[in-house]
Design a protein around this ligand. Structure first.
Ligand code: MSP
Length: 504
């Protein structure tokens, strides 16, 4: 059996989840769901990043302790993921003791291998990024990402000898590991410019993982955070489990954290004598009015606001179908309504309601079997091939477009044959409806990584037992699986049409 391990970034607990986080998490969830359909042994990891100055300061501002801040906000993330059907297998918190232990173990190995040494550091620090910048990185004296003032920090720290790993990193980046290509080139560019050693511990705060060989230091939050991916796979607690999952590690990240994931993280693993991740997939930003949606900006939108208007399936479908994985994408409420109406209400919803209505009228409510040499069989096979290839490349919008192409072709097929005008109980009406029912069966399965609720409803409406999630690909995608002779029911519209509203 194949294995598949996929991760989201772990989110800071200084503030509430917004749709930027939801976009990444739903993407990882959908890819994991596709792998479960393939029958792969799948592990989806998400979680929260709870240490560091940013969280400590948020706690101070809220008049609570850092762990109280983390407890409350971490739960908010879990609640949002439950609300939008993110079926994670593990939710990691960096304050867990298994994680502290893994961090200490991994970095001790890097030190024992000669990659960690003591030195002193001074530089400009952005607390929102939890990162140092050089003077030339700053824009008008401000952090280039947050456009806010940086602070001058001087510390005696332990340094990670990143500069010693340039060749290994270049080889790893050249071996088909970072996607899309533009992002791999960006990471290669960072390495080519020359890497400086990085400071990985702090003495100025104590909210972090203790450095095991020096009581005065805690690890800098990023060097603890990245290790979460190894912790959850069993590093430091269950080596057999780690050996099983780690070779299959796929990270999904936003472009803001490319340097940490595509340069520092593989370097840390190599330094500790471990294998770098198998693949890293980097997406762009969701923008609102040209600016990155963020917790520190005023433009944050809570997933719940959109779920209230579009439902869970409408919410997930929008981000998976309308946002092409890779480039930046402008968020538009009106665009979301338009996509919902065209793809969910008019294409999928309408197909189900037409077919179930006509089966009731012309076939006594009993769904006929499809024709084996249906003209739709070839379209279905092509849709499946395209979708499978796209999910494997983490391109949900391409995969869903392929499935919706089949649905549009099926609606056109119905328009052409007009089964509502054919004689009741005739062979012709049975053939047309049987073919359309087969497409609905396929749609229930193949859309299920995106539409976690509609698939079950379609399955039940066309009289099938069990769940589309119990089907296994590729066999279940072969044309002709709808047996016929089942009771078909016309229910409520799956996706009632929406009017374009103001969205505010
Ligand atoms: N805690 C670090 C990550 C550590 S991973 C070992 C962090 N957290 S974060 O809360 O700021 O979330 C970062 C991730 O959220 C981004 O990489 C991206 O995946 C997602 N997004 C946050 N805002 C986003 C947009 N506006 N658009 C798209 N994704 C966004 O960084």
């Amino acid at each position: 059996m194949s294995r598949f391990y996929i991760t989201t970034p772990i989110y800071y607990v200084n503030d509430a989840p917004h749709i930027g986080h939801a976009y990444t998490t739903v993407t990882a969830d959908a890819v994991a769901r596709w792998h479960r359909l393939l029958g792969d042994d799948t592990l989806l990891l998400t979680g929260t990043d709870e240490h560091g100055l940013k969280v400590q300061r948020a706690a101070e501002e809220n008049g609570v302790t850092p762990i109280e801040q983390a407890d409350v906000t971490s739960k908010r993330f879990r609640d949002v993921w439950d609300e939008i059907d993110v079926a994670y297998d593990q939710f990691i918190r960096t304050t867990e003791s298994r994680h502290h232990h893994a961090v200490q173990e991994l970095l001790t190995r890097a030190k024992d291998n000669g990659y960690i040494e003591k030195g002193s550091y001074a530089g400009y620090y952005c607390v929102s990024c939890e990162a140092y910048y050089t003077e030339s990185d700053l824009v008008d004296g401000n952090c280039p990402v947050h456009e806010r003032p940086v602070e001058w920090f001087e510390e005696e720290n332990y340094f990670f000898k990143l500069s010693a790993l340039e060749d290994e990193l270049t080889d790893w980046l050249n071996s088909n590991t970072v996607f899309p290509d533009g992002k791999r080139n960006e990471a290669l560019g960072i390495v080519k410019l020359g890497l400086e050693d990085v400071s990985i511990t702090r003495t100025s705060i104590d909210w972090g993982v203790q450095v095991p060989w020096d009581d005065d230091h805690v690890f800098y939050v990023w060097y603890d955070a990245l290790i979460n991916y190894a912790t959850a796979a069993g590093f430091g607690s269950d080596e057999a489990e780690f050996d099983k999952w780690w070779p299959e590690a796929h990270h999904i990240i936003g472009k803001d954290i490319l340097r940490f994931h595509c340069v520092y993280w593989p370097a840390m693993l190599i330094a500790a004598g471990l294998q770098p991740p198998k693949e890293i997939h980097v997406h762009g930003f969701l923008l609102l009015g040209g600016k990155k949606l963020s917790k520190t900006g005023l433009t944050q939108i809570a997933p719940a606001d959109l779920v209230a208007d579009f439902g869970v399936d409408g919410f997930r479908y929008h981000f998976l179908r309308d946002v092409s994985f890779g480039p930046d994408s402008e968020f538009s409420y009106e665009g979301m309504v338009a996509r919902y109406n065209s793809d969910l209400a008019n294409t999928l919803g309408n197909l189900l309601s037409r077919v179930t209505t006509v089966v009731a009228k012309k076939c006594d409510g009993i769904g006929p079997a499809p024709q084996l040499d249906s003209p739709l069989a070839a379209v279905a096979a092509e849709s499946y091939r395209t979708a499978a290839d796209a999910w494997a490349r983490v391109q949900p919008s391409v995969a869903l477009e392929a499935i919706w192409n089949l649905l549009r072709e099926t609606n056109a097929y119905l328009e052409q044959h007009e089964p509502w005008k054919l004689p009741e109980g005739s062979d012709e009406v049975k053939t047309v409806l049987g073919n359309a029912l087969e497409v609905l069966r396929l749609a229930a399965i193949l859309s299920s990584p995106a539409l976690t609720r509609a698939g079950e409803a379609i399955w039940a409406a066309i009289g099938l037992e069990g769940s589309p999630l119990d089907q296994r690909l590729p066999d279940a995608a072969a044309w002709g699986g709808y047996p016929g002779g089942l009771s078909v029911t016309k229910g409520q519209p799956l996706f009632p049409r929406l009017k374009v509203d103001n969205g505010s």
